[in-house]
Design a protein around this ligand. Structure first.
Ligand code: DQA
Length: 146
């Protein structure tokens, strides 16, 4: 049987407000619903999904630092606003050298100019942007075959 894949899903600031935050951009589903569904579907694919959402940069950095000890094989990350600001999170991901997929709910290239720059895309395995919450499901789907 194929080995279980240990995946860490990281959601950055304000994503705890999914469902009420700018629903025209981010939709009506809550983060809790998303995580429950993703976990269920991941189990069927032999993926163990661990999740963290935080509004604090240092908490996300520390979680990335411990990812190796936690035997994480892969990271899926929506850095949210940190996408456009955080060299510290970028450095943490480089330091752990765990491959990761960058996900955005909205299309960061079709919004304000400042959202078009990501500190993560060039060091990511790939980027999914603008497919709504489906983006997280596609990332998980990709990982089932790695
Ligand atoms: O908080 C977010 C969410 C986001 O990462 C997205 O998922 O579309 C896009 C970012 O520009 C924004 O700051």
């Amino acid at each position: 049987m194929k080995k279980k894949i240990n995946v860490l899903l990281i959601n950055g600031p304000n994503l705890n407000l999914l469902g009420t935050r700018e629903p025209n951009i981010y939709g009506n589903n809550t983060l809790q619903d998303l995580i429950n569904n993703l976990k269920k579907k991941s189990e069927k694919l032999n993926i163990l999904l661990n999740h963290i959402q935080s509004n604090a940069e240092h908490i996300l950095i520390e979680k990335i630092h411990s990812a190796k000890e936690d035997n994480i094989d892969y990271i899926i990350i929506n850095p949210a606003a940190f996408t456009h600001t955080s060299i510290a999170l970028r450095d943490a991901l480089i330091a752990t050298s765990i491959p990761f997929i960058e996900v955005h709910i909205s299309n960061i290239y079709s919004r304000e100019n400042f959202r078009s720059h990501s500190w993560f895309s060039d060091i990511s395995q790939g980027v999914i942007t603008g497919l709504g919450l489906e983006g997280y499901y596609w990332a998980k789907q990709y990982l089932k075959d790695v």
